[in-house]
Write a protein that binds this ligand. Structure first.
Ligand SMILES: Nc1nc2c(c(=O)[nH]1)N[C@H]1C(S)=C(S)[C@@H](COP(=O)(O)O)O[C@H]1N2
Ligand SMILES: [Mo]
Length: 227
């Protein structure tokens, strides 16, 4: 009798051990076969240069992080242009992209060096055709934020609107779907959650922080306040 029970227990243990082994093997197989999710892995070094991280940004948005519905998203280009136009996210993704290593400096004292990838504004503006009077680009965002830059600066420096940072799709906190990479300008010129690019003939237009005392040129090596 004792022997019989021992044999039965032994068989059960063998069966359970087999099940566990098979389970572990199947789990291993599925993990080994899973495609690595490239888009969610942040690049932290580029051509030998250390990059900052999306975790280094300090969230100080005027209305908190915006969550944009990519299906409904439209980027409007209007104002002093030959033809106003708007593009959905898929159309913008199919446009040529370029990369730039640029550091963003906030007037509050922090900075982050990152690899930005996106669409050259010169491309988008060429499609719209700014009129001869246009000299200023006013940017509008989903949270009501605005800022502006001289058209000449935008074209000469070949500014991009980024949809990727450090090899990842821009996270919501960083302005998904697009953040302006306003190189050499203070962080308040780097508008996030961009929805509209308006061509204007008003070089004195002042955006959200500019109307609250921040310098309208916004040059990193210039004054932070006043004009
Ligand atoms: N739409 C929008 N864009 C914005 C802002 C904002 O509040 N709303 N803040 C600006 C400021 S002051 C900075 S420094 C940069 C980066 O801000 P973050 O650190 O909160 O990402 O985004 C800029 N773009
Ligand atoms: Mo800022």
């Amino acid at each position: 009798m004792m022997k019989f029970i021992q044999r039965k227990v032994g068989l059960w243990i063998a069966a359970i051990a087999t099940l566990i082994a098979v389970g572990a093997f199947l789990t291993f197989l599925s993990m080994a076969q899973a495609e690595p999710d490239v888009e969610s892995v942040e690049v932290r070094e580029y051509q030998g240069e250390k990059l900052g991280s999306v975790d280094n940004f300090r969230e100080n948005s005027i209305r908190g992080v915006q969550h944009i519905d990519v299906e409904a998203y439209q980027l409007l280009i209007d104002g002093l242009v030959a033809e106003a136009s708007s593009y959905d996210y898929a159309a913008l993704q199919s446009m040529p992209h370029t990369s730039k290593l640029v550091t963003i400096h906030c007037v509050e004292g922090w900075s982050v060096k990152a690899l930005w990838e996106g669409i050259a504004l010169s491309e988008l503006l060429a499609l719209a055709g700014p009129t001869d009077e246009a000299n200023t680009v006013i940017f509008h965002a989903a949270d009501g934020y605005t800022t502006s830059l001289p058209l000449e600066y935008v074209l000469e420096r070949n500014l991009i609107i980024a949809d990727h940072i450090n090899g990842m799709v821009l996270p919501p906190a960083n302005g998904f779907p697009f953040q302006l990479v306003a190189e050499d300008k203070w962080g308040y010129k780097w508008i996030r959650w961009l929805t509209r690019i308006e061509l204007s003939n008003d070089p004195d237009y002042k955006g959200f922080w500019e109307t609250r005392g921040y310098n309208n040129n916004g040059d990193e090596d210039g004054p932070k306040f006043g004009n």
